[in-house]
Write a protein that binds this ligand. Structure first.
Ligand SMILES: *[C@@H]1O[C@H](CO)[C@@H](O)[C@H](O)[C@H]1NC(C)=O
Length: 628
């Protein structure tokens, strides 16, 4: 009882949280009666209903679809970099919609589909592809009811290309669209003006060809099946109705900002917060009590006896700062990881404060890109200081690797996936101009900033270690299996992953399922929890490692911190096996390409958190003991 009250009270909180994400992006457009409203078409994307069948988007004017084209050919609309990166390709269309003019069964054009393209279209219908129109900046949507909360919302996933559910294995093409435009009347002017506040599109299939007549009959009862054996002729038709609405223009996006299952978000968040809070508290207590006991004992022994007897982590005080192998790679990874952490934090803050308006398409990707470009200096600075702390003396190769290694890896993965998309003639491929723009951003801004950051870091130099390193390395006694690098990374990754995986499910669904994601408040808190858990588990593990007289902690701390990447990848495989049923090889390659990229990013982010947290914890630990 109490808990359900608590939950409903908390879910009320999601409302301001959700509407806080709204920011009026573009100025409202006032239409006079009869004024033309532009209809733009975007790519066709697979819809996430129960399962997702594909990850490839197709251009609306792909020749194989035979959609009606505007006179003079479609015209590309200007888009932001982020919008293009996220797969938008927005073009003009031949639809004629005039403000306040209802129309019924208007013919768009007569389309003819040869048999080989009929198969292509039927396959896309079976894969649940959806069409995406953009009318006055609003995505076309269907009104849906959230079965869990009973709320009505607008699902901006688009509307179905066809229907393959009424009769299984007999896909019918939706060739008629009932378009409902909700408008709001602006009073107080000499002539009335209207604003568009909602766009609903309900598609249906109708074999509207009437023999002996050259106008379509949209109310015929036969569905339209495209034959894969003969040539097909049919009409594309549409009806438009203007429906008055009392939604003010400023709130027209609210119906789209639907947070699916807010209770689950809250529940998972509270759950992980409680677990994590408890953990952090436990770890802090255990560490604090043992260590302070250790410290007072060590210091007491030093005072009372001549023969000093060390054990546990204190034994390795002469070893902890012994330089690790491959400081070059470690510092490059820590530098780039910190760069990514900064990028995530700032982007999430932007999202949290509502600067990423949904009316500004692709703003999330744009902000990510800008943050990534500008924080190039962070990677240089951190890498340089880490490298000199690790005793590296070849600063030139280190500078070059910090600047180019990670971008090259990421660009190559994305480039390969892009090539793959181009060969499979899908439209998700990033156009050449966009690639060039990103390369220029990197080369002209990010890379120079990284170099500047590097020199700034060199000026600050290395961190001073609190204890000196002995000249002869100690023998390392045998230790339990779980303190070896790989098992400890896998074990250490469980908690951070466990704290984040419910939110991850929603992120994956919106990323691959083309479903808008607005729960940035949850995402921000989840990220915070992830950072805290990663840092604590790594420090705890490293403490155990040191207690077992194993002093090679540098690489271990990075691996343990990055251990959640292992679970992320495993989870990605599970998600693929249970939630997706990707039909084409291209989709599978695309999915695993992106999954690998996320895993890599997670590894760098987690690893850097682990390394940095451990480094400062160890400095703190060893500066508190007296060493003679
Ligand atoms: C258009 O049609 C809708 C219902 O289909 C009706 O409510 C509305 O008044 C009509 N508008 C005009 C301008 O005729």
């Amino acid at each position: 009882m109490l808990s359900s009250n608590l939950l409903s009270a908390l879910s009320l909180l999601t409302l301001p949280l959700a509407s806080a994400f709204y920011l009026p992006g573009t100025a409202p457009r006032d239409y006079h009666e009869g004024e033309k409203i532009d209809v733009f078409v975007n790519t066709l994307t697979p819809m996430l209903n129960s399962k997702l069948h594909s990850l490839i988007s197709h251009d609306y004017y792909d020749d194989r679809f035979h959609f009606c084209q505007p006179a003079g050919g479609p015209v590309k609309q200007p888009e932001s970099l982020g919008s293009i990166l996220f797969g938008d390709r927005i073009l003009t269309s031949p639809y004629e919609i005039n403000m306040m003019e209802n129309s019924t069964c208007k013919s768009l054009c007569q389309s003819s589909v040869p048999k080989e393209d009929a198969k292509f279209i039927n396959d896309r219908i079976k894969e649940d592809y959806g069409l995406n129109f953009i009318i006055d900046g609003l995505p076309s949507s269907e009104m849906k009811r959230d079965l869990k909360t009973n709320e009505i919302f607008l699902d901006a996933q688009g509307f179905n290309l066809g229907d393959d559910e009424t009769i299984p294995d007999k896909p019918a093409l939706n060739n008629h669209y009932d378009i409902f435009i909700q408008y709001h009347t602006k009073e107080g002017y000499s002539s009335k003006q209207y604003r568009v506040v909602g766009v609903l599109v309900y598609p249906r299939t109708v074999n509207s060809m009437v023999s002996g007549s050259n106008s379509p009959d949209c109310f015929a009862t036969q569905p339209l099946y495209l034959s894969e054996a003969t040539h097909n002729e049919f009409y594309y038709t549409y009806s438009v109705s203007f429906i008055p609405s009392d939604i003010p223009w400023g709130l027209r996006w609210d119906a789209y900002l639907h947070v699916f299952d807010p209770k689950i978000h809250w529940f998972s968040l509270i759950n992980s917060l409680v677990i994590v809070g408890f953990l952090v508290f436990m770890v802090a207590m255990v560490l604090y009590r043992t260590i302070s006991k250790d410290i007072s004992r060590y210091n007491a022994i030093d005072l009372s006896e001549d023969v000093q007897e060390d054990y546990g982590w204190k034994l390795v005080h002469g070893e902890v700062f012994r330089l690790p192998p491959r400081p070059m790679v470690l510092s490059v990874m820590v530098g780039n990881g910190t760069h990514l952490i900064m990028m995530c934090i700032v982007t999430l803050l932007f999202a949290l404060f509502g600067f990423l308006s949904p009316s500004n398409r692709g703003s999330l990707a744009t902000v990510l890109l800008i943050c990534w470009t500008l924080f190039g200096c962070v990677s240089g600075y951190v890498s340089s200081r880490t490298y000199s702390t690790l005793g590296g003396d070849q600063w030139k190769p280190n500078l070059i690797l910090t600047t180019i290694l990670f971008p090259i890896v990421v660009f190559s993965i994305i480039g390969l996936l892009n090539l793959f998309l181009i060969f499979s003639s899908a439209s998700g491929a990033v156009p050449f101009g966009t690639i060039l723009a990103i390369l220029l951003l990197w080369f002209l801004i990010s890379a120079p900033l990284c170099v500047a950051g590097y020199f700034f870091g060199m000026k600050h130099g290395s961190f001073k270690n609190p204890v000196s390193t002995s000249s002869i390395p100690r023998q390392i006694p045998p230790k339990p299996w779980y303190l070896n690098p790989f098992p400890s990374a896998v074990l250490g990754g469980i908690l951070p992953f466990g704290a984040a995986f419910v939110e991850l499910y929603f992120v994956l669904s919106s990323l691959f399922g083309n479903r808008a994601y607005y729960a940035f408040g949850f995402l921000f808190l989840t990220f915070t929890v992830f950072v805290l858990t990663t840092a604590t588990t790594t420090v705890l593990f490293t403490y155990f490692v040191l207690c077992s007289e194993e002093y090679r902690w540098h690489w271990r701390s990075f691996l343990i911190g990055g251990g959640s990447a292992f679970w992320l990848f495993t989870y990605g495989i599970w998600y693929w096996a249970s939630r997706l049923s990707l039909d084409s090889f291209t989709s599978v390659v695309l999915y695993f390409g992106y999954l690998f990229l996320f895993t890599l990013l997670d590894f760098l982010i987690g690893g850097s958190i682990g390394y940095i947290a451990t480094y400062f914890a160890i400095r703190r630990l060893y500066s508190s003991i007296r060493v003679d």
